[in-house]
Structures are given as C-alpha cells and as structure tokens.
Write a protein that binds this ligand. Structure first.
Ligand code: FAD
Length: 382
C-alpha cells in the first residue's frame, strides 16, 4: 500500500495549485458577488487540458485517470468551489456518460469539444418532483418513427445553460419492463433543439459563479440515434456515473476543507487580540489541528475509493464513505474557519465566507448524506 503521489501526480497537483492561486483567486470573488460565469477561467482550464484529464488520447483526452481529475478538483476547490464544480460536472457528469456508454459516432461528435473545454454538457437526472428517488423519474420519451419525443422537466442541472453548453443527457421513461417497473433510458438533447427550454439561473446560496438551471421538454424531438447506450440501461448508467462522481465530490470537499485550513492559519498569524496573535492561543491552535486532521483523513478516504475503482474492484461503499465523510468535514471546517475569522468571517470579502456558503451543498448534491448512509448500509447487507 502506497499513498504517496508519483512524480507525475505531484507535478499535476502543483500546476493546478499554481493555476488556482494565480488565475482563479484574483477574479473569483467578483464573479461570485455578481453571479457571473467565469468564461475566461474555464477557457484557460481547457487550454491546460483539465477537461480531458481522465480520458484516452484517442478522443482528445490527456490519457490520465479519474484520480488525476480528483487531484485537480481538490486543488481548485482549495481556492474556489464554483470553478471546481463546473469542472467536476463537465467531466464526470457531462463528458463521462458519452465516453462510457456512447456509440463511436456519438463519441466522435461530442468528445473532442467537451474534452477541450470548448463546450460543456449537463447531466439531467433530478426532476422538480424527484431527486434522491431517481427511479421516480416522470420525464417521458416516446419513439415516433425515427425520433424520440421528450416531455417533462429537470431541476438543478449544472452547466446546462452557459453560452458554451452544447447538450444535456436526459434520463427518461421509455417504456415498461417485463416486471412492471419503469424502463429508463438516457438520451442526448443538443442545446437549441425546439421544445427544449432552459429557465433563467436559480438564485443560489453558494456556488454562485457556477451555472444551474431548470430545464423543460415540450414535445422535444431528437433523432432515435441520440439514445445513449442500450435502451433500458438508464438506471444502471446513472448509478455508475454517480458512484464515480461521489469520489470526485469527495475530492472537491477535501479541497474546500483544506482551503479553510490555509485561510485560518494565515488569519491566526495576522490577527491580534489581547496583545498577541490569536494563533498563540491553544484554543485556536487546536481548532486548526482538528481541521487539518479532518481534511487529511477525508483525503485518505477518497484516495482509497479511487484506488479501488482504478483497480477494477468494487468501490460503491468506499465512494459513499468518502463522499459522506468529506462533505461532513467540509461543513465542519467551514464553520470553524468562519469562527476563527470572527466578525470578518461573516463578510463576503473574505474567502472563508465563500467556503461557508459553498460547503452545505456538498451534503446534498450527487446524493444526500442520508442517501450515502443508505448505500453503505445496503452494502453491509442491511
Ligand atoms: C446547485 C445544485 C446543482 C445540482 N446539479 C445537478 C446536476 O447537474 N444534475 C442532476 O441530475 N442533479 C443535480 N442536482 C440535484 C441534486 O443531486 C439533488 O438535489 C439531490 O440528489 C437531492 O435530491 P432532492 O433535492 O430532490 O431532495 P429529496 O430527494 O427530496 O430529499 C429531501 C430530503 O429527504 C431526505 N430523504 C429522501 N429520501 C430519504 C430516505 N429514504 N430516507 C431518509 N431520508 C431521505 C434527503 O436525504 C433530503 O434530506 C443539483 C442540485 C443543486 C442544489
């Protein structure tokens, strides 16, 4: 067992860390305040190859693996989570379904632009009436000749309405299985297809520089060839995508937790009270030591889940543990970092205010903490 990074992984982590500090940090507070999407940052991330990290070179990827993506996500989230979730959703929810399940023609059509960051894709699973219970999908797609006719709506879909969004993959009921359950399939819907409407962005508590919309499909017609993978495989497909995605969200949460440590150390040395730096007090030192402990153990949890996944071993339980633990400690660290900053921690000009606002969604998105516990319990045979 070796948890040390290779030279290549260390170099990747350092280059993304430099990028986050030099390119993301100076501009992100303004985007966050104004709720604007950081197109220029995304363009530069595309040039660095970050959107192609875990994909084969034959499709325009960087030939890395899922762990490389996680390392990059951790370093970006250490500075900002809106940018990190944009990358996470673009790769693990946007491009990955096409890479894993698409036909050669679908891959040739979509992957070059998605892997270069020139275009983004969304993953439409959640609906206004159903999230955790994804099998409760109401959106329907009926085959009419050589076209799917889609009707329904999707809620909270990341990267679905930017100027560079090229398509969304949508889960829909396409029939009934022999046992009477819903037949679910996944269909690619290109941006601009008549009948596909993107609502204005939500007003969110956090991740305000990321892109999230409700989508509606009203007799929206796409070619039958836009079916992703086999008909009826939608359920298995999104389970796989979400299992992997949990490791990526865990990495993002570890980044936020580590960013809280970074900012707290800096502030504890700068801020004076009672004639000395607040960091001279053991109460503050212990808070920061506990924050470091939590970030470290959560990092080991996602390294373990990623190692199992890359070794081709079962990793469902470990991915759920990593996501549950990392999101819990991210919220803890954000709360403590804010406390260490006192009144300034409640001011939006300090990065910890962003970390605090961005932490809560980590316990909700890509499977709530309750859902992670359900997955762990089920895997334990309960
Ligand atoms: C900013 C943002 C971005 C998102 N991006 C995407 C995206 O790109 N694509 C996408 O498809 N979705 C996306 N989502 C949706 C997200 O994954 C869901 O919000 C999440 O899975 C929870 O679903 P829900 O909101 O319907 O909550 P619900 O399922 O209604 O749950 C409400 C509460 O009940 C609890 N609960 C539900 N069932 C049980 C049970 N059996 N036992 C115990 N507790 C239970 C939940 O844990 C939760 O606390 C995004 C959400 C947000 C806020």
């Amino acid at each position: 067992m070796d948890f040390r990074l290779t030279d290549e992984q260390t170099a990747l982590r350092e280059s993304v860390r430099d990028f986050a500090r030099e390119v993301v940090a100076p501009v992100i507070a303004e985007h966050y305040e104004q709720h604007t999407f950081p197109y220029e940052v995304i363009r530069q991330m595309g040039k660095m190859g970050l959107f192609g990290l875990p994909f084969g070179e034959e499709h325009g990827g960087m030939g890395g693996d899922y762990f490389a993506l996680c390392l990059a996500l951790e370093e970006i989230a250490r500075v900002d989570s809106s940018v990190a979730i944009t990358l996470e959703a673009a790769v693990s929810l946007g491009a990955m379904p096409v890479y894993r399940f698409g036909t050669e023609e679908q891959k040739a059509t979509w992957l070059p632009k998605l892997l270069s960051g020139e275009a983004l894709a969304g993953f439409g699973l959640t609906e206004p009436g159903t999230g955790s219970d994804a099998a409760g999908t109401q959106t329907r797609a009926l085959l009419d000749g050589d076209e799917w006719v889609i009707n329904g709506s999707k809620a909270f879909i990341t990267n679905s309405g930017t100027d560079i969004t090229a398509m969304v993959t949508v889960t829909a009921v396409t029939g009934t299985n022999p046992d009477g359950s819903k037949e679910l399939s996944t269909i690619i819907v290109p941006t601009g297809t008549p009948g596909f409407t993107v609502a204005p962005g939500y007003s969110k508590v956090g991740w305000t520089a990321s892109d999230t919309h409700e989508l509606t499909f009203d007799d929206c017609r796409v070619p039958a060839a836009n079916l992703l993978g086999a008909r009826g495989r939608g359920f298995a497909q999104f389970l796989r995508i979400l299992d992997e995605g949990r490791i990526a969200i865990a990495a993002l949460a570890v980044g936020l937790a580590q960013g809280c440590v970074d900012e707290s150390i800096k502030y504890a040395k700068e801020r004076h009270a009672f004639g000395r730096p607040i960091g001279a007090n053991q109460a503050i030192q212990f808070k920061i030591a506990d924050m470091e402990l939590k970030a470290h153990t959560a990092r080991l949890a996602y390294y373990d889940a990623a190692a199992r996944m890359l070794a081709g071993e079962p990793f469902k339980r470990q991915a759920a543990i990593a996501k549950l633990h990392a999101s819990t400690i991210a919220v803890d660290n954000a709360r403590e970092a804010t406390q260490i900053h006192g009144g300034y921690g409640f001011m939006n000009e300090y990065p910890v205010a962003r970390f605090w606002r961005d932490s809560k969604i980590l316990e909700i998105g890509e499977g709530t903490s309750e859902v992670q516990r359900m997955i762990i319990a089920r895997d334990l045979g309960l």
